[in-house]
Design a protein around this ligand. Structure first.
Ligand code: KG4
Ligand code: ZN
Length: 356
Protein backbone atom coordinates (compact mmCIF):
# COMPACT_ATOMS: atom_id res chain seq x y z
CA UNK A 1 0.00 0.00 0.00
CA UNK A 2 1.37 3.44 -0.94
CA UNK A 3 1.75 6.31 1.51
CA UNK A 4 -1.42 8.13 0.45
CA UNK A 5 -3.71 5.12 0.61
CA UNK A 6 -2.33 4.18 4.02
CA UNK A 7 -2.78 7.75 5.26
CA UNK A 8 -6.45 7.83 4.27
CA UNK A 9 -7.07 4.48 5.92
CA UNK A 10 -5.37 5.75 9.07
CA UNK A 11 -7.48 8.94 9.09
CA UNK A 12 -10.67 6.87 8.94
CA UNK A 13 -9.49 4.98 12.03
CA UNK A 14 -8.54 8.20 13.78
CA UNK A 15 -12.03 9.61 13.37
CA UNK A 16 -13.24 6.98 15.84
CA UNK A 17 -10.32 7.34 18.20
CA UNK A 18 -11.00 9.09 21.51
CA UNK A 19 -7.84 11.20 21.48
CA UNK A 20 -6.23 12.52 18.32
CA UNK A 21 -2.92 14.29 18.82
CA UNK A 22 -1.57 16.40 16.00
CA UNK A 23 1.95 17.78 15.67
CA UNK A 24 1.70 21.10 13.80
CA UNK A 25 4.28 23.40 12.26
CA UNK A 26 3.87 27.06 11.27
CA UNK A 27 6.48 28.89 9.15
CA UNK A 28 4.47 31.31 7.00
CA UNK A 29 6.22 34.52 8.07
CA UNK A 30 8.74 35.26 10.80
CA UNK A 31 8.01 32.74 13.55
CA UNK A 32 9.09 29.13 13.45
CA UNK A 33 6.45 27.53 15.64
CA UNK A 34 5.48 23.95 16.49
CA UNK A 35 2.87 22.50 18.80
CA UNK A 36 1.09 19.32 19.79
CA UNK A 37 -2.69 19.72 20.08
CA UNK A 38 -5.23 17.15 21.24
CA UNK A 39 -8.66 16.97 19.58
CA UNK A 40 -8.28 20.51 18.22
CA UNK A 41 -8.88 21.98 21.67
CA UNK A 42 -6.13 21.11 24.16
CA UNK A 43 -2.57 22.37 23.88
CA UNK A 44 -0.03 19.76 24.96
CA UNK A 45 2.89 21.97 23.90
CA UNK A 46 3.35 25.22 21.99
CA UNK A 47 6.84 26.39 21.06
CA UNK A 48 7.39 29.68 19.23
CA UNK A 49 10.81 30.72 17.98
CA UNK A 50 10.59 34.34 16.89
CA UNK A 51 12.93 35.77 14.24
CA UNK A 52 12.27 39.38 15.27
CA UNK A 53 15.94 39.96 16.18
CA UNK A 54 17.02 38.90 12.70
CA UNK A 55 14.65 41.27 10.87
CA UNK A 56 14.67 44.26 13.23
CA UNK A 57 17.80 45.67 11.63
CA UNK A 58 15.97 45.93 8.27
CA UNK A 59 12.71 47.35 9.62
CA UNK A 60 10.63 44.45 8.28
CA UNK A 61 10.69 40.78 7.34
CA UNK A 62 13.36 39.92 4.78
CA UNK A 63 11.99 36.84 2.97
CA UNK A 64 15.37 35.29 2.19
CA UNK A 65 16.52 35.58 5.80
CA UNK A 66 13.20 34.19 7.02
CA UNK A 67 13.47 31.05 4.84
CA UNK A 68 16.99 30.35 5.96
CA UNK A 69 16.16 30.89 9.63
CA UNK A 70 13.13 28.57 9.36
CA UNK A 71 15.32 25.91 7.80
CA UNK A 72 17.77 26.15 10.67
CA UNK A 73 15.11 26.21 13.39
CA UNK A 74 12.49 23.71 12.12
CA UNK A 75 13.95 20.48 13.49
CA UNK A 76 14.83 22.04 16.81
CA UNK A 77 11.40 23.59 17.32
CA UNK A 78 9.61 20.38 16.33
CA UNK A 79 11.80 18.33 18.70
CA UNK A 80 11.11 20.75 21.51
CA UNK A 81 7.35 20.64 20.91
CA UNK A 82 7.42 16.83 21.09
CA UNK A 83 9.60 16.87 24.19
CA UNK A 84 7.37 19.35 25.99
CA UNK A 85 4.32 17.25 25.13
CA UNK A 86 6.14 14.20 26.48
CA UNK A 87 5.75 12.36 23.18
CA UNK A 88 7.78 10.84 20.40
CA UNK A 89 7.04 11.43 16.73
CA UNK A 90 5.75 7.85 16.51
CA UNK A 91 3.21 8.54 19.25
CA UNK A 92 1.58 11.41 17.37
CA UNK A 93 -1.48 10.61 15.26
CA UNK A 94 -1.07 13.07 12.40
CA UNK A 95 1.06 15.97 11.24
CA UNK A 96 -0.04 19.41 10.06
CA UNK A 97 1.65 22.34 8.38
CA UNK A 98 0.67 25.82 7.17
CA UNK A 99 0.41 25.74 3.37
CA UNK A 100 -0.50 29.41 2.83
CA UNK A 101 -0.92 32.33 2.66
CA UNK A 102 2.50 33.73 3.44
CA UNK A 103 6.02 34.09 2.11
CA UNK A 104 6.64 31.38 -0.45
CA UNK A 105 10.14 30.43 0.69
CA UNK A 106 9.14 30.43 4.35
CA UNK A 107 6.08 28.27 3.65
CA UNK A 108 8.07 25.85 1.51
CA UNK A 109 10.55 25.24 4.29
CA UNK A 110 7.78 24.12 6.63
CA UNK A 111 5.89 22.15 3.99
CA UNK A 112 9.01 20.23 2.99
CA UNK A 113 10.00 19.57 6.57
CA UNK A 114 6.58 18.09 7.43
CA UNK A 115 6.30 16.14 4.18
CA UNK A 116 9.60 14.47 5.01
CA UNK A 117 8.49 13.62 8.54
CA UNK A 118 5.06 12.41 7.43
CA UNK A 119 6.53 10.07 4.83
CA UNK A 120 9.26 8.76 7.12
CA UNK A 121 6.94 8.22 10.11
CA UNK A 122 3.99 7.10 7.94
CA UNK A 123 1.60 9.69 9.37
CA UNK A 124 -1.29 11.48 7.64
CA UNK A 125 -0.43 15.08 6.76
CA UNK A 126 -2.84 18.02 6.79
CA UNK A 127 -2.16 21.28 4.92
CA UNK A 128 -3.67 24.21 6.83
CA UNK A 129 -4.76 27.68 5.74
CA UNK A 130 -2.98 30.14 8.04
CA UNK A 131 -6.06 32.37 8.38
CA UNK A 132 -8.19 29.37 9.33
CA UNK A 133 -5.50 28.76 11.95
CA UNK A 134 -6.00 32.25 13.39
CA UNK A 135 -9.79 31.71 13.56
CA UNK A 136 -9.22 28.31 15.20
CA UNK A 137 -7.08 29.83 17.97
CA UNK A 138 -10.47 30.62 19.51
CA UNK A 139 -11.22 26.89 19.89
CA UNK A 140 -8.13 26.57 22.07
CA UNK A 141 -9.11 29.42 24.39
CA UNK A 142 -12.86 28.79 24.48
CA UNK A 143 -13.75 25.07 24.65
CA UNK A 144 -17.46 25.90 24.49
CA UNK A 145 -17.22 27.81 21.20
CA UNK A 146 -18.77 26.11 18.20
CA UNK A 147 -19.86 27.43 14.81
CA UNK A 148 -21.81 29.32 13.71
CA UNK A 149 -20.22 32.59 14.82
CA UNK A 150 -19.07 35.86 13.30
CA UNK A 151 -15.35 36.58 13.25
CA UNK A 152 -13.29 39.71 12.80
CA UNK A 153 -10.01 38.51 11.30
CA UNK A 154 -7.31 41.16 11.67
CA UNK A 155 -3.68 40.35 10.91
CA UNK A 156 -0.72 41.71 9.01
CA UNK A 157 -2.33 40.74 5.71
CA UNK A 158 -6.07 40.53 6.45
CA UNK A 159 -8.97 42.60 7.72
CA UNK A 160 -12.04 40.48 7.13
CA UNK A 161 -15.46 40.10 8.65
CA UNK A 162 -16.51 36.50 8.11
CA UNK A 163 -19.21 34.18 9.24
CA UNK A 164 -17.92 30.79 10.36
CA UNK A 165 -20.89 28.71 9.27
CA UNK A 166 -19.33 25.36 10.23
CA UNK A 167 -15.89 23.91 10.93
CA UNK A 168 -13.81 24.86 7.89
CA UNK A 169 -16.75 26.71 6.28
CA UNK A 170 -16.82 30.46 5.83
CA UNK A 171 -18.88 33.21 4.30
CA UNK A 172 -17.14 36.48 3.49
CA UNK A 173 -19.18 39.46 4.74
CA UNK A 174 -16.67 42.29 4.37
CA UNK A 175 -13.00 42.95 3.80
CA UNK A 176 -10.46 45.71 3.46
CA UNK A 177 -10.39 47.50 0.14
CA UNK A 178 -6.69 48.39 0.55
CA UNK A 179 -4.35 47.89 3.51
CA UNK A 180 -4.85 45.41 6.30
CA UNK A 181 -5.14 46.74 9.86
CA UNK A 182 -1.82 45.18 10.93
CA UNK A 183 -0.10 46.63 7.90
CA UNK A 184 -1.48 50.08 8.77
CA UNK A 185 -0.21 49.77 12.35
CA UNK A 186 3.23 48.72 11.08
CA UNK A 187 3.43 51.64 8.65
CA UNK A 188 2.31 54.18 11.23
CA UNK A 189 4.92 52.82 13.62
CA UNK A 190 7.60 53.27 11.02
CA UNK A 191 6.60 56.90 10.53
CA UNK A 192 7.05 57.39 14.27
CA UNK A 193 10.49 55.77 14.08
CA UNK A 194 9.44 52.76 16.16
CA UNK A 195 11.24 49.48 15.45
CA UNK A 196 9.64 46.50 13.70
CA UNK A 197 7.17 44.95 14.44
CA UNK A 198 5.26 48.18 14.86
CA UNK A 199 1.78 47.04 15.94
CA UNK A 200 2.65 45.96 19.48
CA UNK A 201 4.90 49.02 19.96
CA UNK A 202 2.19 51.50 18.92
CA UNK A 203 -0.20 49.66 21.22
CA UNK A 204 2.14 49.99 24.20
CA UNK A 205 3.02 53.61 23.54
CA UNK A 206 -0.63 54.52 22.99
CA UNK A 207 -1.47 53.50 26.56
CA UNK A 208 0.30 56.67 27.75
CA UNK A 209 -1.06 58.99 25.06
CA UNK A 210 -4.15 61.14 24.59
CA UNK A 211 -6.32 59.73 21.79
CA UNK A 212 -8.05 63.08 21.42
CA UNK A 213 -4.88 65.14 20.94
CA UNK A 214 -5.49 65.29 17.16
CA UNK A 215 -8.21 64.29 14.75
CA UNK A 216 -7.93 61.98 11.77
CA UNK A 217 -10.57 61.61 9.06
CA UNK A 218 -12.69 58.46 9.28
CA UNK A 219 -12.53 56.09 6.29
CA UNK A 220 -15.37 55.82 3.81
CA UNK A 221 -16.22 52.49 2.19
CA UNK A 222 -18.86 51.23 -0.21
CA UNK A 223 -19.83 47.92 1.36
CA UNK A 224 -21.47 48.20 4.81
CA UNK A 225 -18.95 45.81 6.38
CA UNK A 226 -15.87 46.72 4.32
CA UNK A 227 -12.74 48.37 5.62
CA UNK A 228 -10.23 50.87 4.29
CA UNK A 229 -7.06 51.97 6.04
CA UNK A 230 -4.93 53.60 3.36
CA UNK A 231 -6.58 57.03 3.68
CA UNK A 232 -6.07 56.94 7.43
CA UNK A 233 -2.44 56.02 6.92
CA UNK A 234 -1.88 58.90 4.50
CA UNK A 235 -3.60 61.39 6.80
CA UNK A 236 -1.41 60.18 9.68
CA UNK A 237 1.70 60.49 7.52
CA UNK A 238 0.77 64.07 6.59
CA UNK A 239 0.10 64.96 10.21
CA UNK A 240 3.51 63.68 11.30
CA UNK A 241 5.39 65.17 8.36
CA UNK A 242 3.74 68.54 8.97
CA UNK A 243 5.03 68.53 12.54
CA UNK A 244 8.49 67.49 11.40
CA UNK A 245 8.59 70.27 8.81
CA UNK A 246 7.65 72.80 11.46
CA UNK A 247 10.51 71.47 13.57
CA UNK A 248 8.16 70.35 16.34
CA UNK A 249 9.09 67.49 18.60
CA UNK A 250 6.78 64.54 17.89
CA UNK A 251 4.35 63.78 20.72
CA UNK A 252 4.75 60.08 19.93
CA UNK A 253 2.49 58.68 22.64
CA UNK A 254 -0.36 61.01 21.63
CA UNK A 255 0.13 60.22 17.94
CA UNK A 256 0.14 56.49 18.66
CA UNK A 257 -3.04 56.84 20.73
CA UNK A 258 -4.78 58.87 18.01
CA UNK A 259 -3.89 56.36 15.31
CA UNK A 260 -4.83 53.34 17.42
CA UNK A 261 -8.17 54.93 18.29
CA UNK A 262 -8.95 55.56 14.62
CA UNK A 263 -8.12 51.99 13.53
CA UNK A 264 -9.96 50.36 16.42
CA UNK A 265 -13.03 52.58 15.99
CA UNK A 266 -13.18 51.54 12.36
CA UNK A 267 -12.76 47.85 13.21
CA UNK A 268 -15.40 47.73 15.91
CA UNK A 269 -17.69 50.21 14.13
CA UNK A 270 -18.25 47.86 11.18
CA UNK A 271 -18.45 44.85 13.47
CA UNK A 272 -21.16 46.64 15.46
CA UNK A 273 -23.12 47.42 12.32
CA UNK A 274 -22.99 43.72 11.41
CA UNK A 275 -24.06 42.62 14.87
CA UNK A 276 -26.93 45.13 14.94
CA UNK A 277 -28.12 43.94 11.52
CA UNK A 278 -28.12 40.35 12.75
CA UNK A 279 -29.88 41.23 15.99
CA UNK A 280 -32.51 43.19 14.03
CA UNK A 281 -33.16 40.03 12.01
CA UNK A 282 -33.93 38.22 15.25
CA UNK A 283 -30.67 36.24 15.21
CA UNK A 284 -28.54 35.58 18.27
CA UNK A 285 -25.03 36.11 16.92
CA UNK A 286 -21.74 35.37 18.68
CA UNK A 287 -18.57 37.30 17.87
CA UNK A 288 -14.93 36.23 17.81
CA UNK A 289 -11.67 38.06 17.13
CA UNK A 290 -8.70 36.50 15.37
CA UNK A 291 -5.23 37.38 14.05
CA UNK A 292 -2.24 39.35 15.33
CA UNK A 293 -4.12 42.62 15.73
CA UNK A 294 -6.61 40.94 18.08
CA UNK A 295 -3.81 41.24 20.66
CA UNK A 296 -4.37 45.00 20.57
CA UNK A 297 -5.45 46.26 23.97
CA UNK A 298 -7.83 48.92 22.76
CA UNK A 299 -9.45 46.57 20.25
CA UNK A 300 -10.04 44.01 22.99
CA UNK A 301 -11.46 46.64 25.36
CA UNK A 302 -13.73 48.07 22.68
CA UNK A 303 -14.95 44.65 21.57
CA UNK A 304 -15.75 43.78 25.18
CA UNK A 305 -17.62 47.03 25.72
CA UNK A 306 -19.56 46.66 22.46
CA UNK A 307 -20.52 43.02 22.93
CA UNK A 308 -21.45 43.67 26.56
CA UNK A 309 -23.71 46.52 25.49
CA UNK A 310 -25.37 44.44 22.73
CA UNK A 311 -25.64 41.30 24.85
CA UNK A 312 -23.55 39.31 22.38
CA UNK A 313 -21.08 36.64 23.56
CA UNK A 314 -17.49 37.56 22.68
CA UNK A 315 -14.59 35.17 22.14
CA UNK A 316 -10.95 36.23 21.92
CA UNK A 317 -7.83 34.08 21.76
CA UNK A 318 -5.49 34.29 24.74
CA UNK A 319 -2.81 36.89 24.01
CA UNK A 320 -0.06 34.44 23.08
CA UNK A 321 -2.44 32.69 20.69
CA UNK A 322 -3.34 35.87 18.77
CA UNK A 323 -0.03 36.11 16.92
CA UNK A 324 1.45 33.31 14.83
CA UNK A 325 1.84 29.98 16.61
CA UNK A 326 1.72 26.25 15.91
CA UNK A 327 -1.17 25.41 18.24
CA UNK A 328 -3.71 27.28 16.10
CA UNK A 329 -2.55 25.23 13.09
CA UNK A 330 -3.01 22.02 15.08
CA UNK A 331 -6.52 23.12 16.09
CA UNK A 332 -7.58 23.88 12.51
CA UNK A 333 -5.99 20.64 11.27
CA UNK A 334 -8.11 18.51 13.59
CA UNK A 335 -11.35 19.64 11.97
CA UNK A 336 -9.92 19.12 8.49
CA UNK A 337 -8.86 15.62 9.53
CA UNK A 338 -12.41 14.85 10.63
CA UNK A 339 -13.49 15.76 7.09
CA UNK A 340 -10.78 13.46 5.70
CA UNK A 341 -9.17 16.45 4.00
CA UNK A 342 -5.60 15.28 4.07
CA UNK A 343 -2.72 16.29 1.84
CA UNK A 344 -0.65 14.00 -0.32
CA UNK A 345 3.07 14.25 -0.79
CA UNK A 346 2.44 16.68 -3.63
CA UNK A 347 1.40 19.32 -1.09
CA UNK A 348 2.81 22.67 -2.17
CA UNK A 349 3.12 26.13 -0.65
CA UNK A 350 0.34 28.51 -1.75
CA UNK A 351 1.53 32.05 -0.96
CA UNK A 352 -1.74 33.69 -2.08
CA UNK A 353 -4.14 31.11 -0.61
CA UNK A 354 -7.50 32.62 0.38
CA UNK A 355 -9.84 31.67 3.17
CA UNK A 356 -12.90 32.03 0.99
O1 KG4 B 1 -1.43 37.37 12.63
P1 KG4 B 1 -0.04 37.89 12.62
O2 KG4 B 1 0.88 37.42 13.71
O3 KG4 B 1 0.64 37.58 11.26
C1 KG4 B 1 -0.05 37.57 10.06
O4 KG4 B 1 -0.67 36.54 9.77
O5 KG4 B 1 -0.04 38.62 9.40
O6 KG4 B 1 -0.19 39.45 12.64
C2 KG4 B 1 0.90 40.28 12.63
C3 KG4 B 1 0.38 41.67 12.63
C4 KG4 B 1 1.49 42.70 12.49
O7 KG4 B 1 1.09 43.66 11.56
C5 KG4 B 1 1.60 43.25 13.90
O8 KG4 B 1 2.08 44.57 13.91
C6 KG4 B 1 0.17 43.19 14.35
O9 KG4 B 1 -0.30 41.96 13.86
N1 KG4 B 1 0.05 43.20 15.82
C7 KG4 B 1 -0.55 44.20 16.48
C8 KG4 B 1 -0.43 43.89 17.86
N2 KG4 B 1 0.23 42.70 17.97
C9 KG4 B 1 0.51 42.30 16.70
N3 KG4 B 1 -1.15 45.32 16.05
C10 KG4 B 1 -1.66 46.14 16.96
N4 KG4 B 1 -1.58 45.91 18.30
C11 KG4 B 1 -0.99 44.81 18.79
N5 KG4 B 1 -0.93 44.60 20.10
ZN1 ZN C 1 -0.66 35.23 11.16
Amino acid sequence: MGYEEAALRRVRELKNQEKVRILALETSCDETAAAVVENGRTILSNVVFSQIDLHELYGGVVPEIASRAHMEACDRVVDQALREAGMTLEETDALAVTRGPGLVGALLTGVNCMKGLAFAAEKPLIGVNHIEGHVSANFLTSPELEPPFLCLVVSGGHSHLVEVTGYGEYRLLGQTRDDAAGEAFDKAARVLGLPYPGGPRIDKLAEEGNPEAFTLPRPKTEGPYDYSFSGLKTAFLNLVHGMEQRGEELPKADLAAVFRRAVCEELTGKAERLLRDRLDRGERPAMALAGGVSANRELRRRAQEMCGRLGVPLYMPRLELCTDNGAMIGAAAYYRLLREEIAGLRLNAEPALRLI
